[in-house]
Structure formats: structure tokens, C-alpha cells
Design a protein around this ligand. Structure first.
Ligand SMILES: C[S@@+](CC[C@H](N)C(=O)[O-])C[C@H]1O[C@@H](n2cnc3c(N)ncnc32)[C@H](O)[C@@H]1O
Length: 246
């Protein structure tokens, strides 16, 4: 797994809270789930628990699931009233089936093989109640790949409580078995007038085309209700709202 979610989890927590507007994320996703009359939600890839807090404060029956112990530890410390479980989205079983399952932050990018995607979608299907909603976002391969092959380096700057951070990313396209990307990133923070490196990470991520996602959902028993083109921080993103079929 990416170092960002293990030994660099504190850096994730500091930087992503300034990249992502979690109030806006909560409003966007909770509105979708409420439209379908859902009251309980499992958030897969709950990370450091920024959405958890908002679901709990708004009286949702909430469970967070993540495979990184380090991310879960931060999430639990911040949200002592929330339920969290350590688990892998490719193979998990909840005690009770749930109304809805949510994956945000393009966390399905870490499902690299077709087998990974099928296993995760099967697990999600199994843990949803009849008519349950599966809502998730993914990086749009068409737009993203054509963008990043034109640039050498992508720089993101962020400020959190007066501390300035920077992430410099480079991307390599791998086409041996499909299309994924090796993502090298260097994280720095500003000390006096210059940025000082605080961590480095290499991860492999998979962007998807809309057609691929449509096929994966169809063969795993989901009907797509809506596809939302959502320009989100940094990457071209689609959000899928799908319903469990029998
Ligand atoms: C990009 S972060 C998103 C975190 C959070 N949703 C947010 O928006 O801040 C991805 C998260 O997915 C988790 N993750 C990656 N692969 C996973 C898997 N197979 N099963 C469960 N969690 C996974 C990582 O540990 C990490 O916390």
C-alpha cells in the first residue's frame, strides 16, 4: 500500500484537510443518499475520518472501513463516537447489511486488476440491503491521461492553519496489462522562506473509463441511476450512483 496511508498518514491528514472541502463533500454525498431515503452508510476508505465526523454529527448510522491501521488510528482519535472497522474492500463482511455504501476521494483507484474491482463490487453487493445504494467516484481516464502526458510535473499548494504545504507529482503511464499510472510525489512544507521535504511516496493508481465502470457494475448486479461529472480537486472525476439489483 502507498506510504501515504501508512508512515506518512500524518502528512495526509495535514495536507488533504486543506485540499478537500469536507463540508462540501458531506453535503454533496449525504444529499444523494437522502434522496434515496437511506439512513445507514458504510464509508469505504474512510481515511483519517473527516467525513465520519460529519455523518455522525448529522445522526447517520455510520461505519467507516479502511485497510490502513495508521489512518484508522487518526480517525478513531478524532471521532471516538464513530464505529470503524479494519478491512479490505475486496473482501469484507459486516455484521448487518446496510442501506448504502460510499467510496470517496477516488479510493477505487487502488483497485488495480479487474479481479480486484470484481471482488470489491461483489463484497459491496453482498453487504447492501435489497435496493441499497452504492455511490463512488473515480478518475476519468479519458481526460486525465490526455492531461498528464502533456505535463512534466503537477504542483499542488495548500495552507492549513497558516502552515503552507506543497506536493510535486510526476506520473508514468504503464500499459503492459491495461492502463495504470505510477505516481511519484514529494511532500514539502514551508519553513521560513523555502519548502523543505517532509516525505516521498510512490503509488500505482488506476483511472477508469466510464464504459469500464458501466461493465463492472452490470456484471456485479448494479443498475446505474446517475453519473455526475464532478470537477473535483486536482483530477477530472465522475461520481456514480448505482442501485443493488437482486
Ligand atoms: C485517497 S484516501 C481517501 C480517504 C478519505 N475518503 C478522504 O477523502 O479523505 C484512500 C483511502 O483508501 C484506503 N484504502 C486503499 N485501498 C483500500 C482497500 N483495498 N480497502 C480498504 N481501504 C483501502 C487507504 O488506506 C486510504 O485511507
Amino acid at each position: 500500500m502507498s506510504k501515504l496511508y501508512k508512515e506518512l498518514a500524518d502528512i495526509y491528514e495535514a495536507m488533504y484537510a486543506s485540499f478537500i472541502d469536507y463540508d462540501e463533500e458531506y453535503n454533496f454525498y449525504s444529499k444523494i443518499l437522502k434522496t434515496h431515503n437511506k439512513k445507514s452508510v458504510l464509508e469505504i476508505g474512510s481515511g483519517t475520518g473527516n467525513l465520519s465526523k460529519l455523518f455522525q454529527l448529522n445522526d447517520w448510522e455510520y461505519i467507516g472501513l479502511d485497510m490502513s491501521r495508521e489512518m484508522l488510528e487518526i480517525a478513531r482519535n478524532k471521532n471516538p463516537l464513530c464505529a470503524f472497522v479494519e478491512g479490505d474492500m475486496r473482501d469484507f463482511v459486516l455484521e448487518h447489511r446496510i442501506d448504502s455504501i460510499l467510496i470517496t476521494g477516488r479510493s477505487i483507484s487502488y483497485l488495480l486488476s479487474n479481479e480486484d474491482v470484481n471482488s470489491a463490487f461483489k463484497s459491496i453487493h453482498r453487504n447492501l440491503k435489497a435496493g441499497g445504494i452504492f455511490c463512488f467516484d473515480f478518475i476519468d481516464a479519458n481526460r486525465f491521461i490526455s492531461e498528464i502526458i502533456k505535463v512534466e510535473k503537477v504542483v499542488h499548494k495548500a495552507t492549513l492553519v497558516d502552515q503552507k504545504y506543497m506536493r510535486e507529482s510526476t506520473w508514468r503511464l504503464n500499459m503492459q496489462h491495461g492502463m495504470d499510472l505510477t505516481w511519484d510525489s514529494i511532500y514539502s512544507k514551508k519553513v521560513k522562506n523555502e519548502y523543505v521535504e517532509i516525505g516521498k511516496d510512490t503509488a500505482v493508481v488506476r483511472p477508469f473509463t466510464k464504459n469500464e465502470i458501466e461493465i463492472f457494475l452490470e456484471i456485479n448486479g448494479f443498475k446505474i441511476l446517475n453519473i455526475i461529472d464532478r470537477k473535483n480537486y486536482a483530477f477530472p472525476t465522475y461520481v456514480i450512483v448505482a442501485e443493488k439489483q437482486l
